[in-house]
Design a protein around this ligand. Structure first.
Ligand SMILES: Cc1cc2nc3c(=O)[nH]c(=O)nc-3n(C[C@H](O)[C@H](O)[C@H](O)COP(=O)(O)OP(=O)(O)OC[C@H]3O[C@@H](n4cnc5c(N)ncnc54)[C@H](O)[C@@H]3O)c2cc1C
Length: 460
């Protein structure tokens, strides 16, 4: 469905959120221009999780074939001790769950996901301006100032410029990001290199569909194949107290300092073999009360509005769910005065879901980080029971125990959440204004044909 009223939209920041926002809104019938201060090629080095709830969105956006060709499908999650390497348990990702949701749990290279969205957005008619720094954002009318002095006016501005970005700082106040206490080290090992280490082959074999987790006291590690098994990604969550000061930090520069120490010798070997390693600090989420400015013409999306640590199962999903909901709502836009209502609806739908995601990652990580003692023993007993029952059909009780929490996360259907809001609130309001609205649901964005819109906003 495309919007009867078309907006000229400026997106500030072409990270994953910016690029996905641009694609989705262009498909919803708007005209989108994106500014980013970086080079388009300096993008991502490791993997990103596409849990079923996100895979479903991307399938509906038209990327199923590309994802199937590029991604690794998770079939089992193995739990090991980070200290000894002992295999403690295994949770199979049941086919029933995949069938119910209609999409599997994939892992894909971050750069592949980015490129896929970039190419599709460009084909759809989005205008990208890389190496373009936005130095000012103003409202009434919404406009951005570019380094060099040019001012560009639009109908609507979306800040996807990250938690420390200029849109949030200028209109909503500086984000107050506090360190969460961990730093993520992440890097990759090539299959050619792994071939020299036979002791690592079964652990890293892509054909068995295994995603590995090592649980340790106050820290953990994950390992997963990427690029159809051509590379293996390792990610270590290390306490900040245990990391050296020297060495680069952030996504831009490779970290070449000392490697984190783990107890399991095979895992240590993997960590030591990693190339192109990055070291990124984790922060506590910090979300402004209002996600749009007073005029409802400037909105925050992605890490700019609610930072979510990278590397978690739901990290990318949190933001792409936001964007799908925004896309569904803005595909309904018929009048200027309706915009505020839709923007408020977007925040109303998303706030509880974000809170749920945040609670869930805390619970999951804390259960992995248990110190030795009765709680850890209880957890490991449950893991071992799952391992003993591997391959056997799960009874309803076991299924519920293993997947109740997971279902809350991956069973969420962003499009349906937006459509439900529209039927309950959006249509009601339109009718109260005397406008006739049809009950027909928005459905997935139009994915066939390339847009012929020529953008009216041009930075050149
Ligand atoms: C270069 C890069 C590589 C990454 N690689 C990975 C990876 O391999 N694996 C992983 O799990 N996560 C990676 N991440 C992190 C991941 O993108 C974020 O954690 C998450 O996806 C949120 O994305 P976002 O788009 O909301 O914010 P961000 O990814 O932070 O994107 C914000 C964008 O806005 C741009 N920007 C900021 N200020 C301005 C301005 N004033 N004018 C114009 N543009 C501006 C930034 O350059 C950036 O491109 C990477 C992030 C970046 C920036």
């Amino acid at each position: 469905m495309t919007a009867p009223l078309t907006l000229d939209v400026i997106v500030v920041g072409a990270g994953l959120s910016g690029i996905a926002t641009a694609y989705r809104l262009q498909r919803a019938g708007h005209r989108v221009t994106v500014f980013d201060d970086r080079d388009e090629t300096s993008r991502g080095c490791t993997a990103v999780h596409l849990p079923c709830n996100l895979a479903r969105i991307l399938h509906e956006w038209g990327f199923k074939e590309q994802i199937d060709a590029l991604a690794f499908n998770v079939k089992n999650i193995n739990f090991h001790s980070l200290d000894s390497g002992e295999l403690l348990g295994c949770a199979e990702w049941p086919d029933d769950l995949i069938d119910e949701i209609g999409a599997p749990y994939h892992i894909i290279q971050w750069r592949d996901l980015y490129t896929m969205l970039y190419v599709a957005a460009t084909d759809a008619g989005v205008q990208f301006h890389y190496n373009t720094n936005v130095v000012g954002v103003l409202n009434e009318p919404p406009r951005v100032e570019l380094a060099g002095g040019k001012t560009i006016t639009a109908d609507f501005i979306i800040g996807t410029d990250g938690p420390n970005g200029i849109v949030r700082a200028l209109l909503f106040g500086e984000a107050m990001l506090e360190p969460e206490g961990h730093t993520i080290y992440t890097g990759t090992v090539s299959r050619d290199e792994l071939a020299n280490h036979p002791e690592l082959l079964d652990l890293t074999d892509p054909s068995n569909g295994n995603f590995q987790i090592w649980a340790g006291t106050s820290r953990h590690c994950i390992g997963m194949p990427m690029l159809n098994g051509a590379e293996y990604v390792v990610q270590v969550w290390q306490l900040n107290d245990d990391i050296p000061d020297e060495g680069a930090e952030g996504w831009d520069a490779a970290y070449t300092g000392p490697r984190p120490k783990v107890g399991d010798l095979r895992l240590q070997r993997l960590v030591d073999l990693c190339t192109d390693m990055r070291r990124v600090k984790v922060f506590k989420p910090d979300c402004p009360e209002e996600w749009a400015d007073d005029t409802d013409r400037i909105l925050l999306v992605g890490d700019a509005v609610h930072y979510f640590p990278p590397g978690l199962v739901q990290s990318a999903a949190v933001h792409l769910e936001d964007i799908e909901i925004l896309g569904v709502l803005l595909s309904r836009l018929t009048s200027w005065e309706q915009l505020s209502h839709l923007i408020r609806g977007y925040q109303e739908i998303r706030e509880p879901r974000f809170q749920q995601n945040e609670d869930s990652w805390h619970r999951t990580n804390y259960s992995l980080w248990l110190p030795p003692g009765p709680s850890q023993q209880g957890r490991d007993t449950q893991f071992r029971r799952q391992l003993e029952q591997k391959g056997e059909p799960l009874d309803d009780e076991m299924m519920l125990a293993q997947f109740e929490e997971v279902w809350k996360e991956v069973g969420y259907n962003a499009r349906e959440a937006a459509e439900e809001w529209w039927v309950n609130w959006g249509m009601l309001r339109e009718r109260s204004k005397g406008r006739s609205v049809s009950i027909c649901l928005a459905g997935p964005p139009e994915i066939s044909g390339v847009s012929t819109h020529v953008n009216s906003i041009n930075a050149e």
